[in-house]
Structure formats: C-alpha cells, structure tokens
Design a protein. Structure first.
Length: 129
C-alpha cells in the first residue's frame, strides 16, 4: 500500500540560504504518516487512543539526504508500508522534487498503549492498512 502527500516549501521551512532545514524533512514525513493513518483507518490519532488505546511511536529511523529542497519547491512525500504486524509497522518514506528522490527514510513504528506498553493493533484496523 502506498500514499502520497504534497508539501510546498515556505520561507519558514528554510535556513538563511533558503534551503530546507534538515529536521523539517522529518516533519514532512510525520505529516504524511498521519495523513496515511487518517485516510486508511478513517480515524484520527486521538480517536485511535480513545477508542482502541493504541498509539503509534517511532522505534527506529534511518534516513539519507540526496539533494536539497529550497524555498517555494513543491515536494511529494511517498509512503509505502513494507511490513506490518499487530505490534509494528515498517514504512519507507521518500521525498521527491520534480519526480526525483531527494530524501529517503525507513521508519519502524511500535504500537503501544497509553501507558507506554507494547499492545496489539486490533485485527479490524490492521486489515485496513
């Protein structure tokens, strides 16, 4: 399963040289993951917590910067679920500019309860991913 999320680079996303500040790539991928959850599960994060006592947390992350994004660039974050189980998801998230990959990352998400303990994603939700 894959998902696309569009991002436009604003001045606030950049440094003095109008290049995207490195940490903002993680913000863009985080937003894309949230939108994927909203779209596929038809639930917001607070609803997941309130109805199912499920929270997704980042367990590990690896990334590579390939080329810079700059002020007023239009980007697309492409998210793809590589692995899924009741207790974890592994996603590949690439950011593209003009159909060329400029940033790539792999993120492992753990499924935890509100008290921070590993829990299982209900089958009804896992089947939607």
């Amino acid at each position: 399963m894959s998902h696309k999320y569009k991002v436009r680079i604003y001045y606030e996303d950049t440094d003095a040289g109008q290049v995207v500040f490195y940490a903002n790539y993680f913000k863009f991928t985080e937003r894309a993951r949230s939108e994927l959850i909203y779209e596929k599960l038809k639930l917001k994060h607070l609803e997941l917590k309130e109805k199912f006592n499920v929270i997704f947390v980042v367990k590990s992350l690896s990334s590579k910067y390939i080329a810079p994004a700059k002020f007023e660039d239009d980007l697309v974050v492409k998210s793809k679920i590589l692995e899924k189980s009741p207790v974890r998801l592994v996603l590949e998230q690439n950011i593209e500019k003009a159909n060329k990959v400029i940033f790539t990352s792999t993120i492992e998400l753990a499924v935890v309860s509100s008290d921070g303990k590993i829990t299982k994603l209900p089958d009804e939700l896992l089947s939607l991913i």
